[in-house]
Design a protein around this ligand. Sequence first.
Ligand code: EPU
Length: 310
Amino acid sequence: MCGVSSTIPNWAAPKFILGGGSNIVLTRDLDVVVLRIEIPGIRLLEDRSDAWIVEAGAGVAWHELVQWTIDHGYPGLENLALIPGTVGASPVQNIGAYGVELKDRLDSVEVMDLVTGRPALLPAWVCRFGYRDSVFKHSNFGGLAGKSVITRVRLRCPKPWVPQLSYLDLARKVEQTGITEPSARQIFDWVCEIRRAKLPDPAVIGNAGSFFKNPVVTEDQCRDIIGRDPGIVHYPMPDGSIKLAAGWLIDACGWKGKSVGGAAVYDKQALVLVNRGEARGAEVVTLARAIQESVYGRFGIRLEPEPIVL
Ligand code: EPU
């Protein structure tokens, strides 16, 4: 009988799919097969009367895809410029910025079943998108985490193009520049400027973007908090609930610039935790827990981490 060499990978082992790694905090070695997806390619799949359908391989850098659509005259993704990570990771946490979420632009996702190897095309509704959430983030209740790998993503750039300028930072750009009818490229440039001014580039300073989700509370809870802290930044949601700016809550607790070992709270955006050098995953987690406790202590709100912590 042949023995099994320890160098032969165990293909039946649980698998973890790695995109760009920019939304993952590693606190330990993983005893799983890690698949790094490098599928390239961007193409216009269809030029329909209601939209351009653009398809990109899961390994393409997200920003490269946004840049390509702008350069080729298919507007619609400009508000999502400069988001770190890969195209394949974009549906996992339903990336979003400046008034647009991936779910608003997703046509379908091509996946491969990790057991059978069979491909499938999932329409957007199957992805069960929520705020920084999808079917790909969960393994129970029919979730696809560890069961399917995203191989390609099809984006819908709607016709006619309608600029999305509702987010405060973009409305300010319109006011400051006097450009009331910006092109998609202009919005792309503004979004890049805004992000560069307040968010650290993960290629330069290690970070996972926003470390916590913006918490959603009831109107009653919000009224109570506003009563105590009238300055709190909050946004009414269509269903009557209120979204609070987690960055504001953390900032109000005095965390900007504070650190635990090499892990620190970014001094221009309190919602972002950064690696100042040799931070270990455990230090990032300790800092995150301390922030959660202090926000809970002052506001009675539990912050939920946004990145995947392993
Ligand atoms: N604020 C403070 N202090 C801070 C940080 C923020 O007072 O230290 C206030 C700001 O003044 C602003 C409000 O909080 O009034 C919201 O801040 P910002 O506009 O920077 O947006 P955010 O809610 O903190 C979200 C997303 C970002 C996305 C931006 C723009 C989440 C968790 N984060 O941040 O997404 O780029 O809006 O749309 O929803 C990410 O998910 O990794 C990410 C960077």
